[in-house]
Ligand binder design. Structure first.
Ligand code: NAP
Length: 309
């Protein structure tokens, strides 16, 4: 029997409580030993104000999960890798592509695991959809990701700041599914990003991609949605329509809903991370972040009404 991986969490907030703690508690591959967060603690665990303080005080930590906002992830990841710890990065893996490349190189040089986690890729519809599209070529795709920012991101100032990604914080989840299920690579042709007058990150985006063969992918992300929320991907194929709903929790083929396994995104992420650590491998995929970077590079900027909480 292998000993448990001694894990610490850095940046204790909403997603740690909602998902990381239950997933870790249910996985015997991990033993949670400490946390580091400026203001918050995990009940029953030694808590420290910074990752540096935690690593100096707690011997034997093997790995860390970095769950703070993306603008602050690189610094903590660099400290962890330099100290010889394996690293699980929440999504998005960083604020820029280049900082993730730097972490990848450092992890490789030190023979440590670096994992860019994309939780939506573990939604139950994703692998069945991928298999379907491998057998039935897609001819067009439509992504509709519309949610109410006031409901899902209350009091999250970082999300509106540069590097916080704005509406791409949920939108990148859609892009992580798109890049997983499509059999071909896509790239952005044109985009419009809507920035509130008083914010440094977009509240809405419309994106037009294509693949090398001209297959169009149209995506609409919007944070001003009230009432019904939409996290849908609709694909036309040589064999009719495929639809993923509820962020990949549901799947329809030709309008018929398919039976799926129960949602287990974070348990799956931690199983994957344990496997990578045990096998001495990394999993670094920046494809969703690259599309977001392209949107910021190519997108037309439109200033819209100021946003107030
Ligand atoms: P959050 O609760 O706003 O932030 C997490 C924690 O990060 C905070 O409690 C805070 O703890 C720390 N933090 C905040 N600002 C910081 C700063 N300037 N420097 C260092 N630490 C800071 O956010 P979250 O919703 O958990 O999201 C965190 C990450 O998980 C994001 O990248 C997000 O995309 C991803 N994620 C979120 C969800 C979700 O449903 N919320 C789902 C999947 C993935 P201290 O004040 O104690 O330092």
């Amino acid at each position: 029997m292998m000993s448990a991986i001694k894990l610490a969490i850095v940046g204790v907030g909403k997603i740690v409580h909602d998902q990381h703690l239950p997933a870790i508690a249910a996985n015997p591959d991990f033993q949670l030993v400490a946390s580091a967060s400026r203001h918050n603690i995990v009940d029953g665990l030694p808590g420290f104000k910074s990752i540096e303080e935690m690593l100096a005080a707690v011997p034997g930590i093997d790995a860390v999960s970095l769950c703070m906002p993306p603008q602050y992830r690189y610094q903590a990841a660099r400290v962890a890798l330099a100290a010889g710890k394996h690293v699980f990065l929440e999504k998005p893996p960083g604020a820029t592509l280049s900082e993730v490349a730097d972490l990848e190189a450092l992890a490789a040089a030190k023979s440590l695991t670096l994992f860019t986690s994309w939780h939506s890729r573990y939604a139950p519809a994703v692998q069945p959809a991928k298999a379907h599209l491998a057998a039935h070529a897609p001819t067009a795709m439509q992504v509709i990701w519309k949610e109410d920012v006031r409901q899902w991101h209350p009091n999250q100032e970082w999300i509106w700041q540069a590097g916080g990604l704005g509406v791409f914080d949920p939108g990148i989840n859609a892009l992580s599914i798109v890049t997983e299920i499509l059999p071909s690579l896509i790239f952005l042709n044109r985009a419009t990003l809507e920035f509130p007058d008083n914010r440094d990150a977009p509240i809405a985006a419309e994106l037009h991609f294509q693949d090398g063969g001209g297959m169009p992918v149209h995506a609409v992300f919007d944070w001003r949605q009230t009432g019904k929320q939409s996290w849908d991907i609709v694909v036309q194929t040589s064999d009719g329509e495929l639809k993923l709903g509820d962020g990949g929790a549901r799947l329809w083929v030709h309008g018929v809903e398919q039976p799926l396994t129960k949602e287990a995104e974070y348990p799956s992420l931690y199983r994957r991370f344990a496997g990578l650590v045990r096998e001495g491998r990394s999993d670094v995929d920046v494809a969703p972040l690259r599309h977001v970077a392209d949107a910021f590079m190519l997108g037309q900027r439109k200033v819209v009404d100021a946003f107030h909480d």
